[in-house]
Design a protein around this ligand. Structure first.
Ligand code: GYE
Length: 340
């Protein structure tokens, strides 16, 4: 079938890209790099990294922050200046600009949205400050404006989740010609939202028997899930499936379903993204049917990329992390070993 062919194509590209995960060589020394300014008590030079997280409204982002703080340490040669933009793009821009003014050695950030970074990245380049983008991606006309990116293949996540859903709905053998789908989007314009939405929509539209009857953003947080589910009930929409672009929104929706006598995972099939511990628990309890993992444990990769870039060693532009899909019947085997 067309969507399976498409998935295979994307999977092939993905596997190819995965070869780059160890952050390997492919460029030449960057003359803009300079010596670090901070020093430890033993006089070991530290690299001062200004890092700004998008927000901490999801369990995923909390795990991401923890991973970055645990790995970008003095022992690993890094003096980390950590900031959080609280999901405000303007705040994030101004923090990155202040890092440039402070003349940090390297800037890293998780862009809230993809657009609007060009001028700031140009300024960083002119100031000779290398940039490592984490998790979500920026949209630029010139990819020399950043040194590398480390994150997830969001489009592939969308394809994989939708592929699982199509097969699962077939296996239920329901006497229905069409399944009504509600889609809760993440932060609109973030590459996590754009990729997942595209992947899910393309594949379900190609399958033919899925109809999107509701689509709105829940901003990747629990309140967003609660509000959207309430709207669905108020509009009396009859949905068979909820796809939530992160676990927190799914968990918010589950709360509302249960308050209204709806059995999540049974009356409504639920698929979500991330793979936080609470979502695994919800799968064990039969309330979420499948989770497409998104890996937030990228701090170690960032710490090593910082050293590679500061040494002027070549580095791959895009570095993908590995992620798996977890149908509910596998959750009990994995729940105790989940790290976030
Ligand atoms: O899925 C969501 C978070 O950008 C991949 O952002 C990340 C997403 C993640 O808030 O939970």
């Amino acid at each position: 079938m067309k969507y399976t062919k498409k998935l295979k194509g994307v999977l092939a590209c993905f596997l190819f890209a995965i070869c780059a995960i160890t952050i390997m060589s492919c460029g030449k020394k960057d003359s803009t790099q300079k010596d670090s300014s901070s020093e430890t008590s033993e006089n070991k030079k530290l690299v001062t990294v200004g890092y700004v997280q998008s927000g901490t409204g999801s369990a995923w982002s909390l795990a991401n922050v923890e991973s970055i703080q645990q790995n970008c340490t003095e022992e690993n040669g890094i003096n980390l200046i950590y900031e959080c933009a609280d999901d405000s793009f303007d705040k994030q821009l101004s923090i990155v600009n202040s890092f440039i003014e402070q003349k940090v050695d390297l800037i890293s950030f998780t862009p809230i949205v993809s657009d609007g970074w060009e001028d700031t990245l140009k300024k960083a380049k002119e100031a000779g400050i290398p940039v490592i983008i984490m998790d979500r991606m920026v949209e630029t006309s010139d990819d020399t404006l950043f040194n590398c990116w480390i994150g997830s293949n969001f489009l592939l996540e969308g394809y994989k989740a939708a592929d699982w859903l199509i097969e699962y709905m077939k296996s239920l053998n329901l006497k229905k010609d069409q399944f009504n789908v509600a889609l809760f989007l993440g932060v609109v314009g973030s590459s996590a939202e754009v990729g997942r939405t595209q992947g899910v929509e393309e594949m379900l539209n190609t399958a033919g028997n899925f109809k999107f009857v509701y689509k709105d953003t829940g901003n990747f947080n629990r309140d967003g899930g609660i509000e959207n589910m309430k709207k669905i009930l108020k509009k009396k929409l009859d949905i068979d499936i909820l796809i939530a672009e992160n676990d927190d929104m799914a968990l918010g929706a589950i709360q509302v379903m249960e308050e209204n006598g709806i059995k999540p995972g049974k009356d409504i099939v639920i698929v979500s993204f991330d793979g936080i511990h609470d979502a695994f628990q919800a799968m064990v309890d039969g309330k979420i049917n499948c989770v497409m993992e998104c890996n937030p444990l990228t701090g170690k990769l960032l710490a090593s990329a910082v050293q590679t870039v500061m040494n002027g060693d070549p580095i791959s532009k895009k570095n993908y992390v590995l992620e798996e899909i977890f149908p509910a019947d596998t959750a009990a085997d994995y729940i105790d070993n989940r790290k976030y």
